[in-house]
Write a protein of this length. Structure first.
Length: 88
């Protein structure tokens, strides 16, 4: 008889434990929302900054290539004048 009585009382205890775990998990999730929102704001800000840097780099790349070509031409000119027979 006690086994049936214990089993009958065990079900409400188990349901209460499950309900408590669900409530605790829900509260933890609700508490995490502001942290998640702040992290998403940080990610969004980082992406915007990365986009600005990429745009800047894309705009400056042709100028950098042009300057490197100019430097290369000057170096070739210097190398040619150094090796020329007149300086010999």
């Amino acid at each position: 008889m006690f086994d049936v009585f214990d089993a009958a009382l065990a079900i409400p205890r188990q349901l209460t434990a499950v309900a408590r775990r669900v409530l605790v998990s829900t509260l933890e999730a609700v508490e995490a929302v502001p942290k998640i929102a702040a992290a998403l704001d940080d990610v969004r800000s980082t992406l915007k900054h990365s986009e600005r840097l990429a745009t800047f780099a894309a705009g400056e790349l042709p100028e950098i290539v042009y300057q490197l070509e100019e430097i290369k031409a000057r170096l070739e000119k210097l190398e040619t004048s150094r090796v020329s027979p007149r300086n010999g």
